[in-house]
Ligand binder design. Structure first.
Ligand SMILES: O=C(O)CCC(=O)C(=O)O
Length: 218
């Protein structure tokens, strides 16, 4: 019966707010359907190549702006050169709701205008190393939505990719927002718990993470 007990929102560090179960099953399924479309194209989901020759274990597709290490562009120059899918208004509204839920309704939440989403799909042993999201010119918060398998999300510090950090489990439907003094924390996903997804979420297997960001680019 534990699943019926709502888990409270928690400020993990100044500006890092975890809201368990923020997305209901219908909303998760709608997001999964949208991500499936984006994964098909115009720029297909792929394993990002890193400048030193490595390949990321997660698969990523972007909307609004395309991210390639370590810059944003309108066209996916490292994939097929095509413009990425436009960033939809409904996702801007979802981002504003997320910021308002995490930090409280405010003019700043109303002004929040994410213009890129990085959609990461984790299957098999995929994970993400500790890093900072710092290719954006705007310091507006990052909104992170998780769907599918539960993961261990590592919330680090702004100085180094090492300790101190804390690990938190992100479950399907959870919202995490990091901004303010924690906008540039190192963070990563050291583990995904395969096969733990709620069958109602719309994802057969694996984990989907959607991060909304303001690039600050014109
Ligand atoms: O999958 C996650 O929860 C984190 C994704 C992430 O850190 C990123 O896209 O930069």
């Amino acid at each position: 019966m534990d699943a019926l007990i709502p888990r409270p929102a928690l400020e993990l560090a100044p500006g890092v707010v975890h809201v368990p179960g923020w997305l209901g099953s219908d909303e998760q399924r709608e997001l999964v359907a949208a991500c499936r479309e984006w994964a098909r194209g115009p720029v297909p989901i792929r394993h990002t190549r890193l400048p030193r020759g490595g390949v990321m274990s997660v698969q990523t597709v972007c909307v609004g702006w395309h991210w390639q290490p370590y810059r944003y562009s309108r066209t996916a120059d490292d994939v097929n050169g095509l413009p990425v899918a436009p960033f939809p208004d409904w996702l801007v509204r979802r981002g504003r709701q997320a910021v308002a839920r995490a930090y409280g309704a405010s003019a700043a939440a109303e002004r929040y205008t994410p213009d890129t989403a990085l959609i990461n799909f984790y299957d098999g042993d995929a994970r993400m190393g500790m890093h900072q999201d710092k290719d954006e010119r705007s310091s507006a918060p990052v909104v992170s939505l998780s769907i599918g398998d539960t993961c261990v999300f590592r919330v680090g510090n702004t100085e180094t990719r090492n300790r101190p950090y804390q690990d938190v489990e992100l479950v399907s439907g959870d919202l995490l927002v990091f901004g303010g003094p924690s906008r540039y924390i190192h963070h990563g996903v050291p583990k995904v718990r395969t096969g733990t997804a709620d069958p109602d979420c719309g994802l057969g297997s694996g984990r989907l993470n959607i991060t909304l960001r303001e690039t600050g680019l014109g």
